[in-house]
Design a protein around this ligand. Structure first.
Ligand code: UD1
Ligand code: CA
Length: 428
């Protein structure tokens, strides 16, 4: 970040709303894209932009959101807004927490998972370079319906935001909209939250009134136009959730291809943005990669592979069709080519895992997960079950069809199948 990074930043993330249109028992911001709740994408973007001690305003099923935040974003905290009286009222719930805070506060919504840390950094830099007290993020849309409109003065300054329901016809025709993200110098602008008013069409305490208030109180107010309006997409329905998933996926696939990864059929491939992939790796169609993973160079993944997260794959590895991989480390030049499940496993280098190999990592009675270790050069015959915890030594050889419950030493053969019988002339 630029020198303006020296000014501390904290964020307030609004997440108290019910999200009625999701038709869900779950609070909206806990709905997931690539295994990660919407609010978590927003908090991660804040953290990557240098804002760590963030405040999430929760309300509807707030305890659930709070549990999640405590677990996954321990530097952040939650404040409750028991009644949802408007976005301005929501922010005012964080007043106590920020009382003495000297720095910038980003105000974001918990349902806009596509916002990137790069855009947030540029936004904060713009705010600082302008010496602004209040900066609102805006976006120009072909169809501005439903959004607050940005009213600018003749000289181009942002003079106010008018909600659609409060707009006159001229204002309705404005296509620069309020993206619902703000950067404010807390000490200069916090006074707004002591003077909230709800004299508008929805009788809500609007955060958007901060613009007019700032102008009336002699503060420097500015507007930052975000080029890529996709980033401000708010999720209100399952259809928008699927749209956001697609945008997030496409964005990441394009980035990977730019970095030298071949994606044979992007329209049939899903790769979580938290997955890094090295150059010259080829991803074949119908591959689904979820969660955080690191894949090396010159690998071949798919078709029809499923990575469920926390996987590290070194270079020149082959993960083939109908292979599921979870929480595993796979060293270079190893093949897991067909029909296998590998979970909670360390796989060495130059290992060959035959078709239909299963690591039985889970005991459903004790609910425990156990590790499998497969050392360098081991070779596992088809249709083998490795019952964890178990370790195969270097170059261990497992005969096809075995159920391995005990460790097998280096260079040894492990075999548990019963000997083949032949009954001569049986058919006659
Ligand atoms: C808001 C803006 C609008 C902007 C749009 C961008 C206001 C008055 N309007 O409208 O100008 O174009 O966002 O998406 O701010 N929330 C709370 N507590 C409340 C009310 C809302 O936490 O009491 C949260 C919601 O959960 C949501 C966010 O604030 O995450 C935005 O609220 P919402 O009601 O969706 O605002 P919009 O009507 O979309
Ligand atoms: Ca609303």
């Amino acid at each position: 970040m630029s020198e303006s990074a020296k000014i501390q930043v904290k964020s307030i993330v609004l997440a108290a709303g019910k999200g009625t249109r999701m038709k869900s028992d779950k609070p909206k911001v806990l709905h997931e894209i690539f295994n990660k709740p919407l609010v978590s994408w927003v908090l991660s973007a804040c953290e990557e932009a240098g804002s760590f001690e963030n405040i999430v305003v929760v309300g509807h099923k707030g305890e659930d959101v709070q549990d999640f935040v405590n677990k996954k974003h321990p530097e952040s905290s939650c404040v409750f807004q028991r009644e949802q009286l408007g976005t301005g009222h929501a922010v005012s719930m964080a007043k106590n927490e920020l009382k003495d805070f000297k720095g910038n506060v980003l105000i974001l919504c918990g349902d806009t998972p596509l916002i990137t840390s790069e855009s947030l950094e540029k936004f904060v830099d713009f705010h600082n370079e302008n010496n602004a007290a209040i900066t609102v993020m805006t976006s120009v849309l072909n169809n501005p319906k439903g959004y607050g409109r940005i009213v600018r003065s003749a000289s181009g300054n942002v003079s106010e935001i008018v909600e659609e329901k409060d707009c006159n016809d001229t204002q309705k025709a404005i296509n620069e909209i309020n993206a619902g993200m703000y950067c404010i110098d807390w000490q200069k602008a916090k006074g707004f939250f002591d003077n909230l008013k709800n004299d508008n069409a929805q009788n809500e305490y609007y955060l958007t009134d901060i613009i007019k208030w700032g102008n009336e109180n002699g503060l420097k107010v500015s507007g930052y136009i975000l080029e890529n309006s996709d980033e401000t997409l708010g999720i209100n329905s399952r259809i928008q959730l699927a749209e956001a998933f697609k945008i997030m996926n496409d964005r990441h696939l394009n980035k990977l291809m730019d970095e030298g990864v071949t994606i044979v059929s992007p329209e049939n491939t899903q790769i979580s943005p938290e997955t890094e992939i090295g150059a010259d790796t080829v991803i074949f169609p119908n591959t689904f990669i979820n969660g955080k993973n690191k894949i090396g160079k010159n690998c071949k993944i798919g078709p029809f592979s499923h990575l469920r997260g926390d996987c590290t794959i070194e270079d020149y590895v082959k993960i083939g069709n109908f292979v599921e991989l979870k929480k595993s480390y796979v060293k270079s030049h190893t093949n897991i080519s067909h029909l296998s499940y590998v979970g909670d496993t360390k796989v060495g280098s130059g290992v060959n895992i035959g078709a239909g190999t299963i690591t039985a990592n889970y005991n459903s009675i004790t609910k425990e997960k156990k590790q499998t270790i497969i050392n360098d050069g081991a070779s596992i015959g088809s249709n083998t079950v490795l019952v964890a915890p178990v370790e195969l030594g270097e170059k261990a050889f497992i005969a096809a069809g075995s159920v391995i419950t005990k460790d097998v030493g280096a260079n040894s053969l492990g075999l548990t199948r019963s000997p083949q019988k032949e009954i001569k002339n049986y058919v006659k």
